[in-house]
Ligand binder design. Sequence first.
Ligand code: GN1
Ligand code: MG
Length: 365
Amino acid sequence: MVENIIVIANQFNIEGTILEINNLNSGHINDTYLVNTNTNQHYVLQKLNGFVFKNTIDIINNKVYSSQYIEAQVEALNTPVKCTRFYKTNTGYYYYKDKNEQYWNMQNYIANSITYDKAPNAKVVFEAGKLYGSFMMLTKNIVKNKIKETLPNFHNIPIRINQFEKALSLASNDRKLNADNAIKFVLEHKKEMCRLAELKSKNTFPIRITHNDAKLANVLFDKDQKGLAVIDLDTVMPGIVHFDFGDSIRSICTNKEEDSNEYESIEIQLDYYEAFCKGYAFYTSKLFTDKEIEYLPLGVKTIVFIMGLRFLTDYLNNDIYYKTNYENHNLVRANNQFYLLKSVINNYDSIKQITKTAFKLNNIS
Ligand code: GN1
Ligand code: MG
């Protein structure tokens, strides 16, 4: 336990006396800690990564506003979903800025909750789908200008491709050689992967409030594997639903964890895909337009590609963005995503059919 973290945690107006603070080792970007107190309520303290999140105050405002909005909707609609709440500092702010100009925030820990890095069964998948679907339903009426676009172009494929090309032109020969297959894969597929961006630019889909990191690790479950809450509101922004849906599928319906290097055996699990769609459709089949539903499968392809591309770009940039645990970690993550994408492409007809049935749509392209 680091001494000054206690000092930082004590800046927040929480109940009880802090007994212990432990690193939660969750996520690729921020530093997250579990704060145990002498009461039944424990807390999650987070230091935001200032390299990634430049406009930190807007990020915190987005998080606080969306969590309060969701909490009010949960109560109003009597939805069986939990949400986390942010705490103010003793001086009345939702963030504390430390001596190194790093921003911290504090929220409640949902007791007895667990997360998974890999889905253990279809029930968990269904529950995750239901929760992410409830997120879309609960946020559907948020006034869009209340939520800022804090990471502009976060899922903008042409811009991600430009970033990759720039990284490629500056990368070391060693890294380029190691990443040869992944680089070839990107060059082969990049054109097709811009299709969703084209559709978006033609206003084919409504702009909603989206989570933008809708992965399995951002869902809390109880001990009976019932879904409790969606967490990690760092990237809540206006956007199209396809990226959220795709992010869920890539992390929930794969048979391997995101950094598994058992590439040849990575595949999308269609029974999980079906379970996720059924859970997701529970709250969204009437909310989404036919066009939105029609292109959900393209969202899957596109986001798997974007994630692989971002990991690969960071690898070529010598790992300046994501936390890594070993030398080729980002390359392994990138290869993993590209193998998953191959499986998605090979199973695309079934994916479209399952989507159509789950969302009760007649035509799907
Ligand atoms: C990052 O830090 P974490 O795990 O919440 C990233 C997401 C990626 C994810 C990959 C702000 O999220 O976009 O999907 O890693 N967040 C940011 O697991 O870049
Ligand atoms: Mg995140």
